[in-house]
Design a protein around this ligand. Structure first.
Ligand code: SF4
Length: 337
């Protein structure tokens, strides 16, 4: 029952419904993400977590309308930003949305930066292209953006080239570019995976601080449960192209409802003090060979006969959680305390 004193939850800023992504392969058309649904509210960080090959990155690219260049398409689903449908928008309009309303930051920041131009030029050009401001204003604001992301001596460093920045500092530059047009949503895909531990902690803290300061919604994609625990309010766990569990972050860690989530938690060194680590047997199968029934059944320690033939749906499991497991009601899985 709704508490009348509780503020009503804000309408989602990003609403993804039934999103399916398909690629042509030598095995024919293959769905790499299927009927993915989630929402992200303003000021919230929503995490997508899973092993490599689970479909989390392709989902984020589909949200951005960016699977086309790599031969993919989204045959079904809806992506609404602030109530406006993004699927089907003309390419030019989508580019405008990607610059102005959605910022992006990826793992390999250096690859996204042009080595031939100073970082100041690259921030200023992004602002000129999307905001139509003068060269002079763009230059001034480029310095302000470098200050915002905590780059020391910003007025000097704005004239430097990408190779003059460390990995952590280059990732800060990417954040400056991602945020320079004041987007409502930041999509951060493994933003700290290539960084050392210190730079990783600094960049994560920076994203959190900027989110508080700017009221950003963040879609945070990572294979790293420790990072997800630090950063996210709610989390969806992906396996073989589907969301298998979704829950508020603390709930997910304390009381996983899906055997895959529980197995992931047991396989991570820093998520469970003192407990023996247990690797999940096998690997995520390739998309053209996803098994019938529950896609996790060949690796699941709790699988029953019916799991090989019956495909579970994603159903409510109490306390705002969703789970895709035929036996979820009967399993008592261990979490992390
Ligand atoms: Fe395991 Fe069966 Fe649940 Fe799939 S449906 S996660 S195989 S118990």
């Amino acid at each position: 029952m709704t508490d009348p004193n509780e503020p009503a939850p804000s309408a989602p800023l990003l609403e993804v419904k039934g999103l399916t992504v398909e690629f042509r392969t030598e095995h024919g058309p293959v769905q790499v993400a299927r009927e993915v649904c989630f929402t992200v509210r303003s000021g919230e960080t929503f995490g997508l977590v899973g092993e490599s090959g689970s479909g989390k990155t392709v989902t984020s690219l589909a949200v951005l309308g960016m699977v086309g260049p790599s031969g993919g398409r989204t045959p079904a689903g809806s992506v609404r930003l602030d109530g406006r449908e993004l699927r089907g928008l003309p390419r030019r309009e989508l580019r405008r949305v990607r610059g102005n309303e959605i910022g992006m930051i990826f793992q390999e920041s250096r690859r996204s930066l042009d080595p031939a131009f100073t970082v100041g030029d690259q921030i200023a050009e992004t602002m000129r292209a999307h905001l139509g401001i003068s060269r002079r204003d763009a230059r001034r604001r480029a310095v302000e953006m470098l200050e915002l992301v905590g780059i020391p001596a910003a007025a000097r460093r704005v004239h430097e080239y990408p190779h003059q920045f460390s990995g952590g500092m280059a990732q800060r530059v990417m954040l400056a570019i991602a945020l320079c047009c004041s987007p409502k949503l930041l999509i951060a895909d493994e933003p700290t995976t290539a960084l050392d531990v210190t730079a990783q902690a600094q960049v994560l803290r920076l994203i959190r601080d900027l989110q508080d300061e700017l009221g950003l919604a963040v879609l945070f994609i990572s294979h790293d449960l420790g990072v997800i625990a630090q950063m996210c309010d709610r989390v969806a766990v992906m396996y073989a192209g589907q969301i298998v569990e979704q829950a508020p972050v603390e709930d997910l860690f304390l009381r996983p409802r899906h055997p895959y989530t529980a197995a992931l938690l047991r396989s991570v060194p820093n998520a469970r003090d003192g407990a023996d680590l247990v690797a999940i047997p096998g690997v995520v199968p390739p998309a053209h060979a996803w098994p019938a029934g529950c896609r996790f059944h060949p690796r699941c320690a709790h699988a029953a006969d019916r799991c090989a033939s019956e495909a579970p749906g994603l159903v409510p499991a109490g306390d705002g959680a969703l789970v895709r497991c035929l036996l979820a009601d009967t399993l008592a899985l261990e979490g992390v305390r």
